[in-house]
Write a protein of this length. Structure first.
Length: 168
């Protein structure tokens, strides 16, 4: 068999396996996971919303000062708009946030950070996961390079980001 037809056969099989894996993962997903998948899919389908979320996580959650964080958060929402893939209650909360946030930044900012960390904890995998290292080792042995994207302190918090970085 020539290599071109073998490559096509393997590619077709890889696609079939990926579809089977996706189907099985969907079957096993809990209601919470299904809602989160739908949100992530919504973000991926709307590039402008993805930019907004990236700006929020990279800029609004970095300041130490709650007042500065809220100002940056509100500026991003004012210039970019509320992401449309967010659930209805979150969109409503963000719509009324400008009226109260600056007055109550000491409460609003920590609550917003906590919510982002709680939501992202389900999709950000710990670097010290016992399944990760053997998987990375096998790939290195096969001559493959793997890029592990370490999400920084903006979303996880300084302590958690330092802990994860030290574990590598």
């Amino acid at each position: 068999m020539n290599s071109k037809s073998e490559t096509k056969r393997l590619a077709k099989r890889a696609i079939e396996l990926a579809r089977e894996l996706e189907s099985r993962a969907t079957e096993l997903a809990t209601g919470v996971e299904q809602r989160q998948f739908a949100e992530l899919d919504g973000m991926l389908q709307r590039p402008d919303d993805k930019v907004t979320v990236t700006q929020l996580t990279n800029q609004a959650f970095r300041p130490e000062s709650a007042r500065r964080g809220i100002d940056q958060f509100l500026h991003i929402l004012d210039t970019r708009g509320v992401p449309r893939f967010f659930p209805l209650l979150d969109r409503l909360a963000l719509a009324v946030l400008p009226f109260f946030a600056r007055l109550f930044s000491g409460i609003a900012f920590p609550l917003a950070k906590r919510k982002m960390r709680r939501e992202s904890a389900r999709v950000i995998l710990p670097a010290e996961d016992p399944l990760l290292e053997p998987n990375l080792h096998r790939r290195r042995e096969a001559g493959l390079r793997v890029n592990v994207n370490i999400l920084g302190e903006a979303l996880l918090g300084e302590d958690e980001a330092a802990h994860r970085a030290a574990a590598l």
